[in-house]
Design a protein around this ligand. Structure first.
Ligand SMILES: Cc1cc2nc3c(=O)[nH]c(=O)nc-3n(C[C@H](O)[C@H](O)[C@H](O)COP(=O)(O)OP(=O)(O)OC[C@H]3O[C@@H](n4cnc5c(N)ncnc54)[C@H](O)[C@@H]3O)c2cc1C
Length: 436
């Protein structure tokens, strides 16, 4: 049986003569901080989603009894909420009912890092899997990101938008070479990246301002719910949908424990939760993403890091680490781990310890800063690493799956595609890929 052997250096895992798989050490493993300092940083951390602090929740009544609608939406995350807003904008007289099993935005939509990216899935994989559509997908993604900013503004949502873009950072010669070859964005060599953001492990960087904006996802969720209800959408919380079936006459019945809604169209926006369509259960694998925020940095601590342009950070080493500043100058850091439980997420301590260790390897000058919040969430990842949508029940039920950790902006686009499919409109690209 193979075992993993850590080595220093770049490149993919290589088999060695004994048949063992050789895995290179990540930069974070090579700069492992003192374990006691890591433990101290986590000693007073709450298991709580930072984005929910200070949010005044509006309570929506559970569904009781039977009712009718034109469109029923299941799931009040970003996808369901965007679908609701867009449906009412399209036809203000439509009766739109939104059913949520928990509370508005209790899923990934308030748990994420707030990186609203134009990319609609895993880039490397996307270019390989969709070679003919990839350029169009990139263009559609950029248009969607502009549309997201415009809609947030038009709907009067204070989502703390920061159009600061994304900065990819390299840690070794191979990553520096790959980053240098990239076409777009502002290039930083070793000296300039460290004067931009002071980390001893950064060796180069590339900053793209057009492909990412940062948002406060909690405020975006509650703002979208408010906008939807102002447009006339009826929201029911604590109303878990237990089944979807077609009635005689063509209406689709969506059932909860205490009621049902009959409508001509249904949009299933349940993301990484147990799918209501049997077929979708075989398509997906769920990963976990772990996030933490530090306590707010003092002016002196922030000055020791630099980061005056407040970009979102992504690492070229493992591609699973992201970091950003919040409005009150905490550092939020995140890492994804595969594979985890199939539906839902766990709160095992190890990923948080590993994340704190990576943080301290990146910013050793912040030793002593503690983490205030930690939380996790499930990422819906299909085997194609790219968002996917489809139709069922004689084209009356639309579903969207597999945002692969890129749904903050992508959910707006996919919601629009679901509605186009339900209302029989075609788009230039084919159904099945994200662009519908
Ligand atoms: C920890 C984490 C970090 C992330 N970071 C980023 C990031 O920085 N950038 C980015 O672009 N993306 C990120 N993502 C992904 C992004 O958050 C999601 O793709 C996006 O929020 C998906 O929105 P959604 O509405 O489809 O799903 P969700 O927000 O998960 O909403 C689904 C809703 O459906 C409800 N539901 C489920 N089943 C039922 C049922 N049977 N009946 C009624 N309701 C039901 C759930 O309660 C939930 O509220 C992250 C995800 C996680 C978990």
């Amino acid at each position: 049986m193979s075992r993993l052997t850590a080595t220093v250096g770049g490149g993919p895992p290589k088999p060695c003569e004994s048949g063992d798989v050789v895995r290179r050490q990540t930069v974070f493993e090579r700069h492992m901080p003192d374990a006691r300092a890591v433990a101290h940083s986590l000693s007073d951390t709450d298991h709580r989603v930072f984005w929910l602090d200070g949010i005044e929740a509006v309570a929506y009544e559970p569904l009781q009894g039977g009712t009718r609608g034109d469109l029923t939406i299941v799931g009040a995350g970003h996808t369901g909420l965007w679908a609701a807003v867009q449906a009412k904008r399209r036809d203000p007289s439509a009766r739109v009912v939104l059913l949520e099993s928990g509370l508005v935005g209790s899923g990934a939509s308030v748990r994420n890092g707030g990186f609203a990216e134009s990319s609609l899935g895993d880039h490397g994989d996307g270019r390989r899997r969709w070679p003919h559509e990839f350029e169009a997908l990139e263009r559609v993604g950029l248009e969607n990101l502009c549309g997201l900013e415009r809609d947030i503004c038009d709907l009067g949502i204070d989502a703390e938008i920061e159009p600061t873009g994304i900065l990819s950072v390299a840690y070794d010669a191979d990553q520096v070479r790959r980053l240098k070859q990239a076409e777009h964005g502002f290039w930083y060599d070793a000296d300039s990246i460290r004067s931009e953001i002071a980390s001893p492990i950064f060796r180069a960087g590339r900053w793209r301002t057009d492909v990412c904006v940062l948002v406060n996802p909690g405020k975006l969720s509650t703002g979208l719910a408010r906008a939807a209800t102002e447009l006339g959408v009826v929201i029911h919380e604590q109303s878990a949908v237990t089944g979807v079936d077609t009635q005689a006459g063509g209406a689709v019945r969506v059932r909860t424990a205490s009621g049902h809604v009959d409508s001509q169209q249904v949009a299933l926006c349940t993301n990484a939760f147990r799918p209501l369509l049997h077929r979708a259960r075989y398509l997906r694998a769920s990963a976990n993403e772990y996030l933490m925020t530090t306590e707010p940095l003092t002016d002196e601590q922030l000055a020791s890091v630099g980061w005056r342009n407040r970009q979102g950070l992504v690492d070229m080493d493992t591609h699973v680490h992201r970091a950003r500043l919040t409005a009150d100058n905490r550092i939020l850091c995140a890492a994804m781990h595969l594979p985890q439980r199939r539906f839902g997420y766990s709160f095992a301590p190890e990923p948080f310890t590993s994340l704190a260790s990576s943080f301290m390897a990146t910013f050793p000058q912040l030793e002593g800063v503690r983490f205030s919040h930690r939380w996790a969430g499930a990422i819906d990842t299909l085997n194609q690493s790219f968002a996917f949508n489809g139709l069922a029940h004689s084209r009356s039920v639309a579903h969207a799956d597999g945002f692969a950790g890129r749904g903050v902006a992508g959910s707006r686009l996919v919601a629009g595609i679901m509605l186009k499919h339900l209302y029989g409109q075609t788009t230039p690209t084919r159904r099945g890929s994200v662009a519908g």
